[in-house]
Design a protein around this ligand. Sequence first.
Ligand code: HEM
Length: 227
Amino acid sequence: MEEAHQHGCKGGVLKKRCRVGEHTVLRVPAGRRDGTVSVEQDALDNLPPPTATAQQLADTFFARKFLTLDEMVVLSGAHSVGRSFCSSFFDRISPIVDAGLDPAYAARLRALCPRNDTPATTPMDPDTPSTLDNNYYKLLPQNKGLFFSDNQLRVNATMNALVTRFAANEAEWKQRFVDAMVKMGHIEVQTGRCGEIRVNCNVVNPSSSSPVVELVGDEDAGAVAAS
Ligand code: HEM
């Protein structure tokens, strides 16, 4: 068992296990400071919309956050888990069906979402909705990428070559996904006394006014204890 202690802003010596979907656990550095508030507008300002073109995805988000075009394709594979509301793809199914969407898939989506604001959700990967796998890259050439932005990965030759490659080689994609997730985790982290090291990565700490958290290192258990 390895033991490490961290205080304040220093981070990164410990590996933590992060659960994604039902079967996947990623090992990522622990000790990063996270924010203690969530503001809806921040997400809108910082994340690309599902209507983004390939050029917009590359220019306005990934380049601004120092991620490469390759990493954008790699990270997009995260859409092999999770769900979406109708509003994120409604303009692809109504009033006319987007040419880049499989007609049978579009018909199912129209049945689920008669209106833009129908409060229903659908998995982004209908085949294996809660397994983080390379199925996203297999869906795209079948015109079953849910968002316009997903389908845009195919309009650029460089990106489309990666889509084909990751569809054929899951092990390579998984390795590159972990690397890109770790890199993304270093973007605009909180420093100094801003934010806090989370005990549970999904939620702010029970008492989010206490910035000092001690990490008790157990590589396998990924234990993180508050002091
Ligand atoms: C390439 C640009 C991206 C666009 C345009 C995009 C867009 C979206 C949209 C519109 C949704 C559905 C939101 C809703 O209807 O509630 C979504 C969900 C999701 N996205 Fe992305 N995304 C992008 C990149 C990423 C990246 C880089 C990751 C992670 C590495 C990611 C992970 C997810 C996950 C896990 C969900 C499901 C959330 C849930 O089930 O609650 N996305 N994305």
